[in-house]
Design a protein around this ligand. Structure first.
Ligand code: MG
Ligand code: ZN
Length: 222
């Protein structure tokens, strides 16, 4: 019985996600769903990304947290339109669902943007199961986490289209085996692009942003 309930919730979510995808495509908006565990640096990564991307692609952000508007306040400083979702108002859910994204999008001027980045709630488990109508999914893994995270949370790494390996400036101070971490990512998702960055030091952003811009352009040229 319980399994059926869960399946029904996912079925409903998936159909709303499909509607979202059509809705965003019709508006000419590319949607990126960025996920990770708490503290891996999603917001810091977006701060650096938005500053660099603003003159190339007009963007907006929907940021999800259970509580607080701290991340939205940080991202607003990049002069990007931001909508904060607090799932506390939706029962404190630990992931963003498709209907929540559709509602949040009403607060954005979609005609004036080409890229919508969704910072999902810090959690490597259920955000991977909830399609929200995105075009692309990314996961941030920081070197202060274990190399075996991809093996422990394989679904997240399987559903994502790229990974950002963050905080690489800390590698000299840690036992983290970077090559092993990348091997583990590729064990669950062969050939997934992995970009090595440091959001706090602003390292590695050129390659990742060039790739992101190409993905956005490709959607609207073919
Ligand atoms: Mg954050
Ligand atoms: Zn959840």
């Amino acid at each position: 019985m319980e399994i059926k309930v869960v399946r029904d919730i996912l079925d409903v979510n998936n159909s709303i996600a499909e509607e979202n995808r059509k809705f965003f495509s019709a508006k000419g908006v590319f949607v990126l769903n960025l996920m990770s565990s708490p503290g891996s640096g999603k917001t810091a990564t977006l701060e650096k990304t938005l500053v660099r991307i603003n003159n190339k692609i007009p963007a907006a952000v929907i940021v999800g947290d259970i509580c607080t508007t701290n991340d939205a306040e940080r991202l607003l400083k990049t002069s990007t339109p931001v909508v904060q979702i607090n799932t506390d108002n939706f029962g404190g859910e630990c992931h963003l669902a498709a209907h929540v994204i559709r509602k949040a999008a009403d607060d954005l001027d979609l005609d004036s943007i080409k890229l919508l980045i969704i910072e999902n709630i810090g959690n490597l488990v259920c955000p991977a199961e909830f399609d929200i109508g995105e075009d692309m999914r990314g996961v941030v893994l920081s070197v202060t986490e274990g190399e075996d995270k991809p093996l422990k949370y394989p679904l997240m790494f399987r559903v994502c289209d790229f990974a950002l390996l963050n905080k690489i400036d800390l590698l000299p101070y840690l036992d983290f085996d970077k090559d092993k971490a990348i091997d583990n990512i590729h064990a669950v998702h062969p050939e997934m692009p992995v970009f090595e960055i440091s959001a706090s030091k602003g390292l590695g952003f050129d390659d990742w942003i060039e790739w992101l811009c190409t993905m956005v352009e490709n959607k609207f040229t073919d």
